[in-house]
Ligand binder design. Sequence first.
Ligand SMILES: Nc1nc2c(ncn2[C@@H]2O[C@H](COP(=O)(O)OP(=O)(O)O)[C@@H](O)[C@H]2O)c(=O)[nH]1
Ligand SMILES: [Mg+2]
Length: 217
Amino acid sequence: MTALPFPLAPEPDRAAAETGRKLFAGPVDFVKGVVAMSGLPPADRPEICFAGRSNVGKSTLINALTGRKALARASNTPGRTQEINYFALGDRLYLVDLPGYGYANAPLPKVQAWQALLKQYLSGRATLRRAFVLIDARHGVKPVDAEIMGLLDSAAVTFQVVLTKADKVKDREREAVLAQVRQALAKHPAAFPELVLTSAEKNEGLATLRSIIAGLA
Ligand SMILES: Nc1nc2c(ncn2[C@@H]2O[C@H](COP(=O)(O)OP(=O)(O)O)[C@@H](O)[C@H]2O)c(=O)[nH]1
Ligand SMILES: [Mg+2]
């Protein structure tokens, strides 16, 4: 039997789960919102970033991971949505919240400015360890997601898909979406070979994701 490509990441063992729990239970602080490469904080520690279409559940996931109800929302007030938001997990790691993409009515110059900044960020940040690309478990990989994945391929930044809102799909639908995601990822050399299925609502997959991130710190 051939191994399933892009399996779900295994649940962490006790020690790995504890390492992840500890990292996220410690201090988490909003550092700054960045609109240009010149505004990035010094590259003095590893960082990971979260990317995803608007409404995919990015803020909710960041809040659930950190157990802080309004952390990501606080930096997501109108006008700040086009910024790259930096959070510090103690002094170990930066967690970077990229602006949501795929707004239906965003003006073209704004989209282009954002794409340019994103490209510069992804290809120019030596301390970026991994990008987490959030995909709605009901919708699978859309063309805009594939575009971001292509950017990550070009920048040679490893990315890992995190499915969100798992509580909103039934088993059969979930399997169909997983199959679509696996097929889409096969085209992307920078795709990390394991997926994470999460529900912020049901607290599912969060310990797994915390331990994966702690392993990169
Ligand atoms: N049922 C369910 N809803 C979720 C989950 N995560 C996010 N949502 C909802 O999806 C909507 C968009 O979430 P938000 O975090 O603001 O998305 P963002 O635009 O990617 O930051 C909100 O109404 C959330 O309550 C989840 O795991 N389960
Ligand atoms: Mg948000």
